[in-house]
Design a protein around this ligand. Sequence first.
Ligand SMILES: [Cu+2]
Length: 444
Amino acid sequence: MVLLSTRKAWPFLLSTFLIPQLLCVARADVHFYDFVLKETNVTKLCQTKSIMTVNDSFPGPTIEVHKGDTVYVNVHNHGDYGVTLHWHGVKQPRNPWSDGPEFITQCVIGPGTNFTYEVIFSDEEGTLWWHAHSDWTRATVHGAIVISPEPGKLYPFSKPDDDKIIVIAAWYTGDLKELVDEAMMNGSDLPHSDGYTINGELGDLCNCSQETTHHWYVDYGKTYLLRIINAVMNAELFFSIADHNLTVVGMDGGYIKPIVTTYIMISPGQTMDVLLTANQSLGRYYIATRQYSSEYAEVTGFDHSVGSAILQYRGNYSLSSSPVFPNATLPLYLDSGAALRFTNQLRSLASEDHPVDVPQDVSTRMYITVSMGEILCPNSSCTSVSGNKLGSSMNNISWVNPSLDVLSAYYSAEILVGLIQRISRIGLLLCTISRETICQIASI
Ligand SMILES: [Cu+2]
């Protein structure tokens, strides 16, 4: 047997094992973004108000990566209050410090300070989004994350001709921070929105919104990949485009078995990848969204407005007086049947190239109760209808903002335990060396 010296072994090892392996590994890129958080004046529903934005835009900038890339986002807070950002659906294995939920993995990024997030992508592919994670700041501080297949890899469907991002958000005419603070103080129901925006615009069905309606221009015959994001605070939405079929191919950063449908139902925080072929007569068609509520308005009240945008074909033709509306395909508010018919079809793609490893063996069963109840106010003195405060809990424990984020508290506790273990180990060693003299010092 021939032994190689360490120095000689390196080139041999490199050429035999490492270089071919490196060539097989796809190249992961690193991207850098600067996000400047600041207040910006916006006029909607005939009223001007100031909202928190990133880089002056609503919705905020899109992050574009390939599967497996890493992104560094330097967040500069030029706003009036502390905020954190969260990378919704990015799993970030072993990287919890960059996850972002306020008081869970970090304290707020204070006004006048900055913080750099390291966002590590692993098996996500498709569409996700990022958003603020402090109180209700995510209403206006959010944007899309587009994750393309690794370079050289294909989609599990024919390559679309183009992409189109659609971000749906809720609009509140009042100062949202004040409204939420007031509701939290009084323990009353949280604010209901006054309209739904598509890519930042309410659409011409709403007051004072005629001029600013979002238009999406398409070419006849092309197939587009719609990346739809429900960025509203707390409402499920129906979504439909007049006279056009939708083929849902992805959800929450993963692929699904294709669903051909005339509408979707999308939950808050959810994303869907949808193929649309522009194969109808040249003209204008409404893209419309409406809240799905399983409760009657008299119970909680909800936003009855319809958010809209316009799909418009390019070409020479005369425009009809008004675009076609998806009357037949956009379900009504209380249509639970339509909601279930859609959600019952959702299945992971689970193909050889896109496996889904669902654990088959359950080792621990956990019982989790999420509930909403009332916290009694003395003599029903609170201002809500019942005189008490609404309160939510998990396993009967409510959340109170701590002075230190949970992850730091956990990490510090781990360090403390480690330190104590190390000290006691040193103490033990010293005791063995000179039991009589040093042990006394170590135990002080
Ligand atoms: Cu989220």
